[in-house]
Design a protein around this ligand. Structure first.
Ligand code: SAH
Length: 233
């Protein structure tokens, strides 16, 4: 089923305009055909009732069940020097159900905050496309980039994914009853020793994923995916 973001709702109708209207045309949706829409945290089953030059009207048929993730995950992600990789992380995190991503500027990460601020619109677009594909009705937030000095531990469990950690493995954590988890992931070149010490001091527990050293994006996606599927009631 194709999913769209309507511009407005009028009673039992949704109005599709602009980019989304183009998308509806590209997909060659015909009158009477069923589609889904994401609107204010819900997904609705609709049918295309009328298509005009500047808008299409969908009739609401029923509200579909939409799941909330069992755990709120915040991903503190050091921005890879290769910015394309951050886009992959944004896309996959949305699919997995991560609540928010905080871009981190670290010693070996991408450095230019102004460039990152300009990318936010593009990242939001990636989130929206991933929401459609995942049928996720709630957006994933992308916060402003921060440095480690601005990073704070949150309620619940705070972990640092650290391939050098000789302490805990992710499976050693007692996580089944948590509803909030924050995860820190380093850039391609990892964190410096000094940074690891700083992150631990803030309150993040180092844990490693077995058995190999992963790329930054693999660690982020796998870490978030494991937590999403093992944590919560
Ligand atoms: N250049 C480093 C690897 C960095 S990998 C080296 O040669 O050792 C990039 C980031 O992914 C790391 O900072 C860490 O946050 C995460 N990561 C990679 N593999 C991991 C693993 N096995 N366990 C936990 N985190 C890992």
């Amino acid at each position: 089923m194709h999913i769209f973001f309507p511009a407005k709702r009028i009673g039992n109708f949704f109005i599709i305009q602009d980019e989304e209207l183009k998308h509806l045309r590209v997909k060659r949706i015909e009158k009477g055909e069923r589609v889904g829409v994401i609107w204010e945290g819900s997904i609705y089953l609709c049918e295309l009732e009328e298509e005009k030059k500047k808008e299409a009207r969908l009739r609401l048929l029923e509200r579909l069940e939409s799941k909330e993730p069992p755990v709120r995950i915040t991903l503190f992600q050091a921005v890879p020097v290769e910015l394309r990789t951050f886009e992959v992380i944004v896309q996959k995190s949305t699919e997995i159900g991560v609540s928010s991503v905080v871009p981190l500027i670290t010693e070996r990460s991408f450095q230019k905050k102004e460039v990152l601020l300009k990318k936010r619109e593009r990242w939001k677009k990636i989130v929206r496309e991933a929401m459609k594909q995942a049928r996720r009705p709630f957006p994933m937030e992308i916060k402003e980039p921060i440095t480690l000095d601005q990073m704070e531990a949150k309620a619940g469990l705070n972990i640092l994914l650290d391939n050098f950690s000789e302490g805990k493995r992710i499976r050693d954590l007692d996580i089944s009853s948590l509803n909030t988890v924050s995860v820190v992931v380093g850039p391609e070149g990892g964190f410096s020793k000094k940074e690891v010490e700083k992150i631990k001091k803030i309150g993040f527990i180092p844990v490693r994923l077995e058995p190999y050293v992963l790329r930054s994006e693999t660690a982020a996606i796998l870490g978030a995916g494991i937590i999403m599927n093992l944590v919560g009631p």
